[in-house]
Design a protein around this ligand. Structure first.
Ligand SMILES: [Zn+2]
Length: 390
């Protein structure tokens, strides 16, 4: 029998991601976008980019608990860069108990691709592209820093995006070099345009783009952009609509998730459903066209998924389907003591998880009357990225 020990249990209420999501403030996001759009431009070639980076870093520094870095990297000379130069972007870190990281970011740099006469001096307010994503990451930092998380959260304001994803390439290269463990990258690029000039409107969903995951039969991978996208959709239910797009990005377009995906990390892109192409990369990308309530809802989706992952234990390993013939399906995995696991399933043609169960600290689960021939199964630590059973 165990000896009785007098203990004082702190009755501290831990704010859940759902609680915290309610604190996302569209007005604060609007103030950030308006401030950023007040610079003539934030072209990475120009001093305005450095000024904006310093302002963003100053905003992050006001948040208790964050370590804020102005990260330097070199922008190579190329089509949109007249001369090679050292440029900056902002990386703010909220340290957790582990060094597993979840990144969220948007690019704060802008470009004008239509006003050739004024070149680098052309007006490029970039309110939606991508002050909206920059404001989203800053708002998440403000709200999520109110409590401690198991894993480490990283909030990024990327630059160099419009020249060819140079800021995200620099950070992804650094992550690989320094051996960062990244569970997920959430790139938000244009998350405030809920209607276009073509008469189309959708303020009820945000698109999440993801590259294909491992082919069936391949060794299990805990890094999969597609599985990250599926997890985000699963966790967002009841909060806001997620429209999954099973492509890495839009045709001929790029985003800051891509260098991370190419480096082997799970990385997705959030973008509004209906873009307005006539405003992008022009002097007309102004705050009055941004729907801040909509952008705040996109922020909530990010927060709920990021918060779940921020408290998740490591993914299980050796996730296997028992090959014995039968009407039920048994899934086995290697787990950690005391960790709650979630088993997911969907039919092979379903894009999203249609069933799930929390199974407690076990390493096996039998799904009754679900055939392994007809369903895909996966297992994740509660709130963490699922690993497909093979
Ligand atoms: Zn963009």
């Amino acid at each position: 029998m165990l000896p009785l020990i007098a203990m004082t249990v702190a009755t501290q209420t831990v704010l859940t991601p759902v609680d915290l999501a309610k604190q996302i403030d569209p007005k604060r996001m609007q103030a950030t976008v308006e401030k950023l759009a007040s610079w003539n431009d934030r072209n990475t070639n120009n001093p305005t980019c450095t000024e904006a980076a310093e302002w963003i870093a100053g905003q992050y520094r006001q948040i208790p608990g964050l370590e804020v870095e102005i990260m330097k990297y070199r922008l190579p000379k190329m089509a949109r860069v007249p001369e090679e130069k050292e440029v900056v972007q902002v990386v703010a870190t909220l340290k957790g108990q582990t060094d597993r990281r979840i990144l969220v970011g948007g690019h704060f740099d802008t470009i004008n691709m239509v006003d050739r006469e004024n070149g680098l001096r052309a007006r490029a307010p970039g309110a939606n592209d991508d002050a909206s994503g920059t404001a989203l990451a800053l708002e998440l930092a403000r709200v999520m820093s109110q409590r401690k998380w198991k894993n480490t959260l990283v909030f990024v304001a990327f630059s160099g995006e419009e020249q060819g994803l140079y800021g995200s390439k620099a950070l992804a290269e650094r992550a690989v070099k320094e051996g960062w463990k990244i569970d997920g990258v959430f790139s938000n690029d244009m998350v405030g345009n809920s209607a276009n000039k073509n008469g189309q409107k959708d303020d009820k969903h945000v698109r999440v783009f993801s590259a294909d995951s491992a082919e069936p039969g391949e060794a299990e991978r805990t890094q999969s952009s597609r599985e990250l996208a599926r997890l985000i959709e699963f966790l967002s239910r009841g909060t806001f609509g997620v429209k999954l797009v099973f492509r890495n990005d839009r045709f001929g377009r790029g985003g800051d998730h891509t260098p991370f995906m190419q480096a082997g990390y799970s990385a997705v892109r959030f973008t509004e459903v209906y873009e307005e192409y006539t405003r992008q990369h022009t002097g007309d990308d102004l705050p009055q066209s941004v729907d801040f309530k909509y952008a705040a809802n996109a922020a909530k989706v990010n927060l709920i998924a990021m918060g779940a992952m921020a408290d998740a234990e490591e993914p299980p390993t050796r996730v296997r389907i028992d090959r014995t013939q039968g009407h039920d399906t048994t899934v086995n995995w290697k787990g950690q003591p005391g960790v709650i696991y979630t088993v997911y399933w969907r039919e092979t043609t379903s894009p999203v998880w249609t069933g799930s169960v929390d199974v407690g600290p076990y390493e096996t689960y039998t799904a009754k009357k679900l055939s392994k021939d007809d369903y895909v199964f996966a297992v994740g630590a509660h709130g963490g990225i699922p690993v497909e059973a093979r």
